[in-house]
Write a protein of this length. Structure first.
Length: 278
């Protein structure tokens, strides 16, 4: 099933020491973002993001948390080349990021599936746009749908899917072209708590099969600690990174982990870092 995607087996969550010899996959150097007031000279520009620097190593899963409106999504869009910083720069694989790159995949809060296309055809769209052969497109799309647990729903339409299934399809559409860097902006924020937990487990399972690096924005502290190798905490607007919490919890992770004292200690540490911003 996975051969069509050339997926590389890996064990996620390796400690940073094991990756120290390799250069960082992505580096942000003092990036800032200011939004100018539109059609109103009396309104001051909005400084959404203060000088922010970070780096993410290949294979890491990093979560970003912080108060509402602190610039988390702005930072994520800059890291993905969807938005240019007012100052500073982002470097991906040693090159300055000037716009979207094929190595980057995006998953947003809303699935944004095309309602007139089946699940299979939605997932196949990125490969169609690349002009891949029809047989390859079909094989890869079916393989990645199986990977996210949607085998048997290839010919369903988005209206026939639950919220969790729609997000699985959106994730499959992103993974089908094998991005090296996966950017997730509150991808499970609209789901109920039980479905959200299941999606977190799906995401961890995919990490074991598919060698990617991820940066995820979330408001949910438990979700951040459960998924991440490292949690970054941002300040109030203008946002900047004010704390970094390593998450040395072992893999594979199950929902039982959320009842462990170590998990509770890490969530408290992240909570305290956020509360210090009030």
């Amino acid at each position: 099933m996975l051969a069509a995607l050339s997926l590389s087996p890996k064990q996620p969550g390796n400690p940073p020491a094991t990756r120290a010899a390799a250069p960082a996959l992505l580096v942000a150097e003092q990036v800032e973002r200011q939004y100018d007031a539109v059609h109103n000279a009396e309104v001051a520009p909005t400084r959404a993001l203060a000088s922010t620097s970070l780096q993410v190593d290949a294979g890491e899963f990093v979560c970003i948390v912080g108060p509402s409106g602190c610039g988390k999504t702005t930072l994520l869009r800059i890291l993905g080349g969807l938005l240019q910083p007012t100052r500073g720069q982002v470097i991906l694989k040693g090159e300055v990021l000037a716009g979207p790159r094929p190595e980057i995949g995006y998953v947003f809060q809303h699935a944004n599936l095309m309602p007139w296309r089946t699940v299979l055809r939605n997932v196949a769209l990125p490969l169609e746009l690349q002009g891949r052969p029809a047989a390859e497109i079909d094989e890869r799309a079916r393989a990645v749908l199986a990977l996210v647990g949607l085998q048997g729903f290839e010919h369903s339409y988005p209206r026939q899917l639950s919220g969790g299934m729609a997000q699985r399809a959106a994730l499959a559409r992103t993974l089908v072209h094998e991005p090296e860097l996966l950017l997730l902006d509150e991808p499970f924020g609209a789901l109920d708590a039980i479905t959200r937990e299941r999606m977190n487990l799906e995401l961890l399972g995919i990490r074991q099969a598919y060698d990617y690096t991820a940066i995820m924005v979330t408001h949910n502290i438990h979700e951040a600690v459960f998924l991440a190798d490292r949690v970054l905490v941002m300040s109030h607007r203008p946002g900047r990174i004010v704390a970094q919490v390593p998450v040395p919890l072992p893999y594979p992770r199950t929902l039982d982990l959320m009842g462990a004292p170590e998990f509770a200690s890490l969530t408290r540490e992240v909570r305290r870092a956020i509360d210090r911003q009030h």
